[in-house]
Design a binder for this molecule. Structure first.
Ligand code: ZN
Ligand code: ZN
Ligand code: ZN
Length: 150
């Protein structure tokens, strides 16, 4: 039996509804004709996208900028998720738009509105991590031992 084993670094994709045409497979703006096929999904109403993915910030997950396909997600409405942790893009403040040319995607986050944040957690997260570490370092066990000795 032939076993198809995917390599570890294989790109995982899944089928989602085409955002540009809303899954109808028809050009939503009827530029050629109201029955012309959606140029994003080719008329199938579905598109393959990389997993994990996030909604496209640039087109607000609609797949369209005015009547054009979104240049960031190519009309799919979702974009491959950047590496975690995600923070709002400091340049476009999460809108995914280029301030000087709103029809274009932000250059910093490439229109995703999210960028990979600093690896070092800040403020509250540091405190939470320290609490977890204290617990993992025999904290509760030490406490139990102390109780047994009483
Ligand atoms: Zn479509
Ligand atoms: Zn988009
Ligand atoms: Zn940005």
């Amino acid at each position: 039996m032939a076993r198809s084993r995917a390599p570890q670094d294989a790109v995982v994709v899944e089928e989602v509804m085409c955002a540009f045409c809303g899954g109808r497979g028809i050009d939503p703006f009827g530029i050629m004709s109201s029955l012309s096929r959606c140029c994003v999904c080719g008329g199938s109403g579905k598109v393959l996208v990389q997993v994990p993915h996030i909604p496209c910030a640039h087109c607000r997950a609609t797949g369209a900028i005015k009547t054009l396909t979104c240049t960031v997600c190519a009309g799919k409405g979702v974009v491959p998720r950047p590496a975690l942790p995600l923070v709002p893009c400091p340049i476009c403040l999460g809108t995914g738009d280029d301030a000087t040319a709103p029809a274009m995607g932000c250059l910093r986050c490439r229109g995703k509105g999210r960028v990979t944040g600093p690896q070092l957690p800040s403020g509250l997260e540091v405190a939470a991590v320290q609490r977890l570490r204290a617990g993992a370092d025999g904290g509760p066990r030490a406490a139990r031992r102390a109780r047994r000795q009483e």
